[in-house]
Design a protein around this ligand. Structure first.
Ligand code: ZN
Length: 338
């Protein structure tokens, strides 16, 4: 089985964006109550939105199941209030649940959290529990920067975040560290903000002792870990200078990387530097980079092709494509058999 650990519903029917537009429009007049409209999307519209996109690509690329979450750049936690974020997250998560119900062997859900700048993270717990317990989701996307590029929240190792971690541990679900759109023009969302955040999260984890407090807490750092694998020596050296344990002891029981690196040399480097036990196959399709690489004639985000080009042992192949995902997202086992 081939599990793609990183996919978003980027092709959702237009009614979802119409809801969001109306919600944002209502924010312009503070005297107005929060928008409380509903979303009318038929099952056929959902099927249509996936058949020519994610499902077609699954078939063409030979992947079986995608760990699927709402469109990350649309989470936009910086917009509106905690209520705005709660309503929007609920709508997005419910739609993911409908996708997973229509295609139970193709998609398994991961939730968006209703974060909001300046609002304590424990505010997200009810929605996390609802998604895991009621909707059968297996993880969440945690935004380390709900301000959208201004980095006003404490680092991920701060006790500020602990209530969420306690619940994640209790539910036995991991979080993908995933920022959303950038409202700071300095940072292009997918080209800079995403990669910065991946790198930043890893350095924060080095600086703290988070996994002493939460030995079973698990994070996936997406987009191949940002700049981390390329600068592995820097991070090893920084950990050493800071009298931290080695990266293996300090982080690698808890921190994992996906393969959303869109060229073969990047994947080769990732596999060379990061232990295979810490890498999960992911493509983030249909997502940030949608074109075809003229040098190879293949889609940049067809990351399975890069892995297929390596001479991997059967054991390593199993870990990358299935085994590590089952370990990091243990709740997937039940979803795949039910
Ligand atoms: Zn993503």
């Amino acid at each position: 089985m081939i599990i793609d650990c990183h996919g978003h519903y980027t092709t959702a029917p237009k009614a979802l964006q119409d809801y969001r537009d109306a919600q944002i429009a209502a924010l312009k007049d503070p005297a107005r109550p929060p928008y409380d409209g509903s979303i009318n999307i038929s099952d056929d519209q959902i099927r249509e939105s996936l058949e020519g996109a994610q499902l077609k690509l699954q078939r063409e690329r030979g992947t079986d199941v995608t760990i699927f979450s709402p469109r990350a750049s649309a989470m936009a936690h910086h917009i509106g209030t905690a209520t705005t974020s709660a309503d929007w997250s609920r709508q997005c998560n419910d739609l993911i649940h409908r996708v997973c119900t229509l295609y139970p062997s193709n998609f398994v859900g991961v939730c968006q959290l209703p974060q909001s700048p300046g609002v304590p993270p424990e505010n997200v717990i009810d929605e996390l529990v609802r998604c895991v317990d009621e909707l059968g989701f297996i993880g969440c996307n945690l935004n380390p920067d709900p301000s959208g590029g201004h980095w006003t929240a404490p680092p991920l190792i701060d006790k500020y975040w602990y209530p969420v971690y306690e619940k994640m541990v209790e539910l036995d679900v991991p979080a993908m560290v995933h920022v959303s759109s950038s409202c700071n023009p300095v940072f292009h969302a997918t080209g800079a903000h995403y990669i910065n955040a991946d790198t930043t999260a890893f350095m924060q984890f080095i600086q703290g002792d988070l996994f002493k407090d939460f030995p079973t807490l698990r994070f996936i750092i997406p987009h191949g870990g940002g700049a981390v694998p390329f600068h592995w020596g820097r991070y090893r050296g920084l950990a050493q200078d800071m009298k931290r344990p080695t990266l293996e002891e300090h982080l690698l029981k808890n921190v994992f990387f996906d393969t959303c690196v869109y060229h073969l040399p990047g994947i080769e480097l990732l596999l060379k530097v990061v232990p295979v036990d810490n890498i999960l196959f992911g493509s983030e399709m249909v997502g940030a980079v949608r074109g075809i690489d003229p040098r190879t004639g293949q889609y940049y985000d067809d990351t399975k092709k890069y892995l297929d080009a390596l001479s991997l042992s059967d054991g390593d192949r199993y870990k990358l494509f299935e085994g590590n995902a089952r370990r990091v997202y243990p709740r997937i086992a039940k979803r795949l058999t039910s």
